[in-house]
Design a protein around this ligand. Structure first.
Ligand SMILES: Cc1cc2nc3c(=O)[nH]c(=O)nc-3n(C[C@H](O)[C@H](O)[C@H](O)COP(=O)(O)OP(=O)(O)OC[C@H]3O[C@@H](n4cnc5c(N)ncnc54)[C@H](O)[C@@H]3O)c2cc1C
Ligand code: SF4
Length: 642
């Protein structure tokens, strides 16, 4: 059986090699947002034609360190789990070393702003949180629900689950930064800028920790001048808190068959912008949800608009990824939606500050896989605890993290003799006893009720009755039988959609929007959107789906470029540097041949409440420089720090 030594942090630090100690010092002392100090990465890449020296460097032994619990992902779930573990240490006296790794360059940078949160989990985790709250924090004052036609809006009764009395409108990205500071205060080691693509296994096949990515590998897979090997963190418990459709989570679900006897997971893509609007158009604390236009009756989804902070408005659209028509572009539907009077009357004299997109789980209770595997567990949206009718997953993500933490703490501190991998059985049980389960059970039939011949109308009718009267107390459970990739139908079954041109005031083109995400990836690094054979992909996808990738990606990463030398007349192209890590391609691509893996730590979007003009300008300059000359990396780094 594996040896799982219980060495205290102090002893660990003393026995570590000088390089590992140096690594920890670098990490602990680096300023936030610093890209120079990112040092480790491993990205799967093409490694042909490498010299012997290159191969040797790539296979060098990695430095090792040990923690009791390693958490991959610093969103609400990961941070709540980390804080709870350290609270238990204080309450019960047995020390646990907790390490949390986050791929964003700074905490909160990969979290979309502008959300309504239910404070239930926060109240339980940090009962005094309102004495030192995250900012902005706007209590919800009014709630509206509307069904939209192209010109009109019809009031709908909001089901009780969608009432927001007692909830707060926040910048989730700021909430994550604030939670990370709370975690550090209680002794969690929080390391932003470190992506994890690899799980470590012991000889019994149990997860035994993680390895951070190597750093400094070229597009061809060769080590560059700044190459540094990744680092291994051995852990008694590994918690995967990667959010929706995590890349490690996907592997673990497959390896341990965690979806056995569960439904497939289904998803939506959420697109959001934060606007600043004039005082007269701003209604502090107002929450508006809409259904209907611009989506047709065959597409599940809805829009939202939250007034918060200082004259800020978060506006967004969620589109269920089970749509059949491959001509649909969720990005362009969103741009079109803002022209409806209910949105345009608020935004018309405002200024768009930021844009972002992210997939979210829509499967509900029946799509949550088995939560535990040998050596660890899935928490938050890695597992899929989103309450779909509410469009809320922060409170359930946090609570699941807290319950997993309690189970992990008990297992680690009571397990002194048995050498086998830890299994967090009581985490599964405590979820079933918790309000998370009761809440998700009540709404379990709402989303799948939209799979019916009447589409949205049938779904609204059933879910209205279910949420107002039945409240899930029925003996049946509807199921999701088809994955979102399988739901996509051939393009020749539908008419191409003629989207209106953006007007540059309410609606924008893709490049302008992507600039507002601040996303950045090194040009000379392996493409993190892995497609084994680009020509085979084109052959399988283009004739049937006519460039669906180009339309479902909210960041213009995929293109089919005219090329007469190719049988299909087009060449597939991946502009990986634009990727905003939403994971939609991995979910929706019909042939399921795009594998999203983490790029170098620190890459990707920089979500914040607003992108300053200087940041926008530097993004455009960097993009131009990188296309002119890949070796301008120093200038690009300096611009990033502006
Ligand atoms: C458009 C949209 C609107 C939403 N609105 C609301 C709302 O109003 N209210 C609400 O409660 N919820 C809302 N949600 C849902 C909410 O955002 C999620 O439920 C919540 O963020 C889940 O928290 P999490 O910690 O599980 O995952 P996430 O918040 O996704 O955090 C996961 C973190 O892990 C990091 N990560 C992932 N993989 C790796 C890796 N391999 N290595 C290192 N780091 C990694 C990511 O960068 C990320 O920071 C919304 C979601 C979307 C997409
Ligand atoms: S490439 Fe994939 S993950 Fe990246 S932005 Fe496009 S759809 Fe999202």
């Amino acid at each position: 059986m594996p040896s799982r030594p219980l060495i205290s942090t102090a002893i660990c630090s003393l026995t570590r090699s000088s390089r590992a100690i140096h690594w920890r010092l670098v990490v602990s002392q680096r300023p936030t947002n610093a890209r120079f100090e990112r040092t480790y990465r491993t990205t799967a890449c093409r490694r042909n034609n490498l010299s012997e020296d290159d191969r040797r460097m790539l296979q060098e032994a990695r430095e090792e360190d040990e923690a009791d619990v390693v958490i991959v992902g610093g969103g609400p779930a990961g941070l709540a789990a980390a804080i709870r573990l350290k609270q238990l240490e204080q309450e019960k006296g047995k020390e646990v070393r907790v390490v949390l790794l986050e791929k964003a360059s700074d905490m909160g940078n990969h979290t979309l702003s502008g959300a309504v949160i239910e404070p239930r989990a926060l109240n339980e985790l940090l009962p005094d949180w309102l004495e030192d709250p995250p900012a902005p924090l706007t209590p919800v004052k009014s709630d509206k629900m509307r069904f939209l036609t192209e010109k009109y809006s019809i009031p709908l009764p909001a089901p009780p689950q969608m009432h927001n009395a007692g909830n707060y409108i926040v910048s989730l990205s700021e909430v994550v930064k604030w939670l990370a500071a709370k975690a550090e205060e209680v002794g969690v080691e929080v390391y932003p800028g470190f992506a994890v693509n690899e799980l470590l296994y012991d000889h019994s096949g149990a997860v035994a920790g993680i390895a951070t990515n190597d750093m400094g590998i070229s597009k061809e897979g060769a080590p560059k001048d700044n190459f540094q090997r990744g680092m291994e963190f051995r852990a008694k418990v590994t918690l995967l808190a990667e959010g929706c459709h995590g890349s490690l989570t996907k592997g673990v679900i497959k390896k341990y068959d965690l979806r056995r006897e569960k439904d497939v997971q289904t998803y939506g893509i959420g697109l959001k912008e934060v606007w600043e609007v004039p005082e007269e158009d701003w209604r502090e604390g107002e929450v508006v949800h809409t259904m209907g236009w611009p989506l047709t009756s065959q597409v599940y989804g809805g829009g939202f608009m939250y007034h918060f902070g200082e004259r800020l408005v978060s506006v967004g659209l969620v589109v269920g990824l089970d749509y059949a028509n491959p001509w649909i572009s969720p990005f362009r539907e969103f741009q079109r939606m803002k022209h409806h009077p209910i949105y345009s009357s608020v935004l018309k004299n405002g200024k768009c500050l930021s844009y972002g997109a992210r997939a979210l789980n829509e499967g509900g209770l029946q799509s949550i896989p088995q939560l535990i595997f040998p050596g660890g567990a899935l928490i938050g949206c890695s597992a899929g605890f989103v309450n779909v009718p509410k469009i809320k997953g922060t409170h359930t993500a946090m609570k699941s993290g807290m319950l997993a933490a309690e189970s992990a703490y008990n297992a680690i501190t009571s397990d002194t003799t048995n050498d086998s991998a830890i299994a967090l059985y009581d985490y599964e049980d405590s979820i079933k006893q918790s309000w998370v389960y009761r809440e998700l059970n009540e709404v379990r039939n709402v989303r799948p009720s939209f799979h019916n011949p009447l589409g949205v109308y049938g779904g609204v009718l059933y879910s209205g009755i279910d949420t107002l009267l039945l409240k899930g107390r029925v003996p049946w459970t509807f199921h999701h039988k088809t994955s979102d990739a399988q739901a996509t139908q051939p393009a020749d079954k539908f008419k191409p959609i003629d989207y209106p041109k953006p007007d540059g005031k309410l609606s924008f083109d893709l490049l302008t929007s992507v600039a507002r995400t601040g996303t950045m990836h090194d040009e000379d690094e392996p493409v993190h959107l892995q497609v084994k054979d680009w020509d085979a992909h084109t052959k399988a996808s283009y004739p049937k789906f006519k460039g669906v990738e180009n339309r479902f990606c909210p960041a213009g990463v995929y293109e089919y470029v005219p090329d007469e030398t190719k049988t299909e007349g087009v060449r597939f192209q991946i502009n990986a540097q634009n990727c905003i890590h939403c994971k939609t391609c991995d979910i929706k691509v019909p042939a399921q041949d795009i594998n999203w893996v983490c790029p170098e730590g620190g890459d990707g979007p920089k979500y914040m409440l607003s992108m300053s003009t200087a940041s926008l300008l530097s993004w455009f300059i960097m993009l131009t420089l990188s296309s002119l000359n890949h070796s301008c990396w120093l200038v690009r780094y300096m611009l990033l720090r502006m």
